[in-house]
Write a protein that binds this ligand. Structure first.
Ligand code: NAI
Ligand code: OAA
Length: 356
């Protein structure tokens, strides 16, 4: 049987063979020849994307390469990273890009990272729930988080892989087992719900979506996605029909895209946009900017559940402050009870997957 060292060498050989002329292998990672800035340490953060060759991963990698806060960008996947890395590395922006292919290169991909973004795993097809993805994605998230625990235990983690309501508890359990769990540094990405809510609410109000801020709390699946329309900024009011329409559309936004894509996947481009908006907020927090606040699914004491999405303040250590829900109207209080019931089961499912 092939040892892991032999596998690493074999993949390094294959990767080297696939590389364009101005690339070389450095250990088991792919770097641009003569890339001194990577070693010289341009100011900025080191960011890894796990699942970087996928539908979300590719546009996310492109947008992170454009982010001036990023100095080093590591692209990891089990397929196709040499091509994606070569392509993205031609962009004339500051970040140095390195590609990593396959499990033997995971540790090199993660070592030294400040922020790790995880869009690895299978997406939904029509008729599936996000929970139907658990079977495959739970194991993928476990393996990747074991790598993070070992190689970059201080990194902030942005977890995108579905079902987020279960994958975040899985990651927390893996980190606890490894003895390095810091709840502030583990953030489930629910930004797409906020992005959709801002868009759909702006449409109804006849405003520019950039002027609208809708808090979306709870989790990231069906009824657990709870937009707080009573707290929209700028202050406004909705008829019962508008409230019902907006709540349903925000909760079903993912399914709307899954159905429109008709079997070819789920939201990728809007998700990459949302992931970069959230990652940028995390990096501004890490830099020490004041007043960086976004919604995220995090360890929480806001409800009786161990995880819940609310607004959080992002700082040098990740989610440094978790905000309370604020005043809810009757419609939202009923929604909250439904959300908590489903969330409790999803969280428990994630925890049991590791503790079993
Ligand atoms: N949190 C959110 O709001 C959203 C989450 N998602 C979720 O994001 C995930 C990815 O979606 P897409 O990019 O559309 O899927 P995709 O199938 O296009 O890409 C997934 C990538 O993950 C890679 N991958 C699989 N196993 C891996 C492993 N062990 N290590 C590293 N990479 C691995 C695949 O090779 C592939 O390149 C899905 O679970 C999807 O449900 C999607 C949209 C929104
Ligand atoms: O709906 C899906 O499966 C993907 C997702 O999480 C979203 O678009 O919100």
């Amino acid at each position: 049987m092939e040892s892991s060292a032999e596998a690493t060498q074999r993949i390094a050989r294959i990767s080297a063979h696939l590389l364009p002329p101005n690339f070389q292998m450095e250990g088991s990672s792919i770097v641009k020849r003569g890339d001194c800035r990577a070693k010289g340490g341009a100011p900025g953060f080191k960011v890894a994307i796990l699942g970087a060759a996928g539908g979300i991963g590719q546009p996310l990698a492109m947008l992170m390469k454009m982010n001036p806060l990023v100095s080093v960008l590591h692209l990891y996947d089990v397929v196709n990273t040499p091509g994606v890395t070569a392509d993205i590395s031609h962009m004339d922006t500051g970040a140095v890009v390195r590609g990593f292919l396959g499990q033997p290169q995971l540790e090199n991909a993660l070592t030294g990272m400040d922020l790790v973004i995880i869009p690895a795993g299978v997406p939904r097809k029509p008729g599936m729930t996000r929970d139907d993805l658990f079977k495959i994605n739970a194991g993928i998230v476990r393996t990747l988080c074991e790598g993070i625990a070992k190689c970059c235990p201080k990194a902030v983690v942005n977890l995108i892989s579905n079902p987020v309501n279960s994958t975040v508890p899985i990651a927390a359990e893996v980190f606890k087992k490894a003895g390095m769990y810091d709840p502030k540094r583990l953030l489930g990405v629910t930004m797409l719900d906020v992005v959709r809510a801002n868009t759909f609410v702006a449409e109804v109000l006849g405003l520019d979506p950039r002027e609208v801020d809708v808090p979306v709390v709870g989790g990231h699946a069906g009824v657990t996605i709870l937009p707080l329309l009573s707290q929209v900024k700028p202050p406004c009011s909705f008829t019962p029909e508008e409230t019902e329409y907006l709540t349903n559309r925000i909760q079903d936004g993912g399914t709307e895209v899954v159905q429109a894509k008709a079997g070819t996947g789920s939201a990728t481009l809007s998700m990459a946009y949302a992931a970069v908006k959230f990652a940028d907020a995390c990096l501004r927090g890490l830099r020490g900017d004041a007043g960086v606040v976004e919604c995220s699914f995090v360890a929480s004491e806001v409800t009786e559940l161990p995880f819940f999405a609310t607004k959080v303040r992002l700082g040098r250590n990740g989610a440094e402050e978790v905000y309370q829900l604020g005043p809810l109207n009757e419609y939202e209080r009923i929604g909250l009870e439904k959300a908590k019931k489903e969330l409790e089961a999803s969280i428990q499912k994630g925890v049991s997957f590791i503790r079993k």
